[in-house]
Ligand binder design. Structure first.
Ligand code: SF4
Length: 89
């Protein structure tokens, strides 16, 4: 009798993605504040081209999603005023 091999499907995880062209990189980013797990973090050092200074405070230029922390809940998608966040599977 032949054994039938079943295909292994890799379970894909839904994560948020930030479109850097649409993001206004505001220091008061509402998306960063609403994320329940703190998955919205500043861009990596290599990705940060400049830092802007507002009232003497240096702020990161842009944000990214920590895919390890992101649960794909989608709260950030509805809270972004620039529609820069989407969920990818
Ligand atoms: S999908 Fe949920 S967990 Fe992921 S970054 Fe957005 S708010 Fe945070």
């Amino acid at each position: 009798m032949k054994k039938i091999k079943s295909k292994k499907f890799k379970k894909s995880k839904k994560v948020a993605v930030i479109d850097q062209n649409q993001c206004d990189k505001s220091p008061f980013c509402p998306v960063k504040r609403v994320c329940p797990v703190g998955a919205i973090i500043p861009l990596k050092k290599g990705e940060q081209q400049k830092k802007r200074s507002i009232f003497g405070f240096l702020i990161p230029k842009g944000y990214r999603v920590d895919e390890e922390k992101c649960t794909g809940c989608g709260i950030c998608v509805t809270s972004c005023p620039m529609q820069a966040v989407s969920i990818k599977a």
